[in-house]
Design a protein around this ligand. Structure first.
Ligand code: NDP
Ligand code: BG6
Length: 513
């Protein structure tokens, strides 16, 4: 047994040495990773993808041999791409002293190729350029589709037929939206699978790459004090809240076709819910985790209109400044009914969660920016100290808050005696405030996800059956809203959102946190 163990250990250490040297095939060839950002001239590429790649490079997470190619229709030289990209790279990491130098080195690895998304010939030209950089090494290729969804399939067809790796892996990261409903999502998956295997498709939901969302499983499954309480027996309700203090400025054209339910709830909030509510996975393996997520999604009731409130922001003047209405955006039709706010009550019909309302709330142009998970616990039965709270027993329950952003924190509201000779209780926080506890800056979600895609780690990407289960929950509601032309409740820009959300919560004895 010991020999066997030694054998395994020595294999591991040889693998590690090879990896460090950028060598990863049996013949001893060095390998290289070519990352092509398709849609490199766009907003997401500039704001998130290039900065995340630079941060990975800066922290030595990228392999020894790598190249980044921008691909889009816009005409640009390599130098122009570098200039564009350099404006959004930041030295956010602690050891900043050689940042400028690192930036220059990174930019030297960035190139650009202009082409159409539906042209195999243009992708062949890209392929030739990639090969020059790969210089006969094993070539691994990652394509990041940072383009509007109507051209996903064209780009995948051309990339896979004309620019796939000949001797390494080829992976494609696909940005949301993955369809508009069950049918269009299934059609997209089917079309992608003409050219790619499921394990080549990395469907990104960047909320899964956020530090506190990743930490959810650690919190639950490695702390004895939480897991035993994680059920209908002790939890009264769970709230998943997303709000932004700005509107759809600049993205109205995209947004009007989707609305807040598709933009935030069906993916970001539902993914958090699945991680929150799933059963313990058999292991930390991607398939085991995703199996559990699918199970919990399939145990949920599809949303019904009576459990949903929709809203849309209207213009509001405050302090002499007039904030626009959603429909003031020139790319949005004046009579648009697209919700910019929604609140919903969801239920999981399984033994663990029977009867517990999971309340979601998501909105644009609200009074503050935040993403939070709030867990409200039941009352302490026969609590000796209830009289301290009068008739407002809600105030006496514990609440666990996971503040995903901004200012990441996990805090638990507990009842505590106010120091002094009397017996007065208040609610205080046991607070794990990340900025105070950890000096290291928190990486951007895109860094984690890009690194995982390069390493072939699928845990944080959405599998097609997961996607189907997610759409199955929302599609009937979305159809109803559109067919019945449900008029949203209008709320002023910068407010707390429609009052209807409070009535909805009150129906389930919940008060929003
Ligand atoms: P953009 O609208 O900026 O588009 C990216 C690039 O695609 C453009 O620079 C343009 O490049 C090309 N393009 C745009 N419209 C068309 C068109 N109609 N036909 C062909 N090419 C077109 O998108 P984003 O960068 O904002 O987003 C990229 C993807 O990521 C989208 O799927 C989006 O939904 C998703 N996403 C974006 C987020 C964001 O914050 N921006 C957040 C989450 C997801 P060129 O003209 O040079 O070819
Ligand atoms: C995107 C949505 O997926 O997430 C945007 O399309 C939203 O509408 C964004 O603004 C929010 O992401 P983050 O990371 O800034 O909270």
């Amino acid at each position: 047994l010991n020999k066997l163990k030694e054998g395994i250990l020595s294999v591991t250490s040889t693998e590690e040495t090879k990896e460090a040297a950028g060598i990863d095939d049996d013949s001893g060839n060095e390998s290289t990773v070519s990352i092509t950002v398709v849609g490199a001239s766009g907003d997401l590429a500039k704001k998130k993808i290039f900065p995340a790649l630079f941060a990975l490079y800066y922290e030595d997470f990228l392999p020894k041999h790598f190249t980044v190619y921008g691909y889009a229709r816009s005409k640009m030289t390599d130098a122009e791409l570098r200039n564009m990209v350099s404006k959004t790279l930041t030295c956010r990491i602690d050891k900043r002293e050689n940042c400028g130098e690192k930036m220059d080195q990174f930019l030297k690895r960035c190139f650009y190729h202009s082409g159409q998304y539906d042209s195999q010939q243009n992708f062949e030209e890209l392929d030739k350029k990639l090969k020059e950089h790969e210089a006969g090494r094993v070539s691994n290729r990652l394509f990041y589709l940072s383009i509007p969804p109507n051209i996903f399939v064209d780009a995948v067809r051309c990339a896979s037929l004309s620019a796939s790796s000949g001797n390494g892996w080829t992976r494609v990261i696909v940005e949301k939206p993955f369809g508009r409903d069950s049918d269009s999502s299934a059609a997209l998956t089917k079309a992608l699978k003409q050219y790619l295997e499921e394990d080549q498709i990395f469907r990104i939901d960047h909320y899964l790459g956020k530090e506190l969302v990743e930490n959810l499983s650690v919190l639950r499954f490695s702390n004895l004090i939480f897991e035993p309480l994680w059920s209908r027996q002790y939890i009264r309700n769970v709230q998943l809240i997303f709000s932004e203090d700005f509107g759809t400025e600049g993205r109205g054209g995209y947004f009007d076709n989707y609305g807040i339910i598709r933009d935030i709830m069906q993916n970001h909030l539902l993914q958090i819910l699945a991680l929150f509510a799933m059963e313990t996975p058999v292991s930390l393996d991607a398939e085991d985790i995703r199996n559990e997520k699918v199970k919990v999604l399939r145990s949920m009731r599809p949303l019904q209109l009576e459990n949903v409130v929709v809203g849309q922001y209207k213009s509001h003047t405050k302090g002499g400044v007039t904030y626009p209405a959603y429909t003031d955006d020139k790319t949005v039709p004046k009579d648009s009914l697209t919700p910019t706010f929604a609140a919903a009550a969801l239920f999981i019909d399984n033994a663990r969660w029977d009867g517990v309302p999971f309340l979601m709330k998501a909105g644009k142009a609200l009074h503050k920016k935040r993403a939070e998970i709030r867990v409200q616990f039941r009352h302490v039965p026969g609590n000796l100290y209830n009289r301290n709270f009068g008739t407002d027993l809600d105030r006496a329950t514990n609440e666990l808050v996971i503040r995903v952003q901004p200012d990441e924190a996990i805090y638990l509201k507990i009842n505590n005696k106010v120091p002094g000779l009397g017996m007065r209780l208040d609610r205080s926080n046991l607070n794990l405030h990340y900025a105070a506890r950890y000096s290291k800056e928190i990486p951007d979600a895109y860094e984690r996800l890009l690194l995982d895609a390069i390493e072939g780690e699928r845990r944080l990407f959405i599998r097609s059956d997961e996607l189907n289960a997610a759409w199955a929950l929302f599609t009937p509601l979305l159809k109803d809203l559109e067919e019945k032309k449900i008029i949203p409740e209008y709320y002023p820009y910068g407010s707390r959102g429609p009052v209807g959300a409070h009535y909805l919560a009150a129906r389930y004895n919940v008060r929003w946190g």
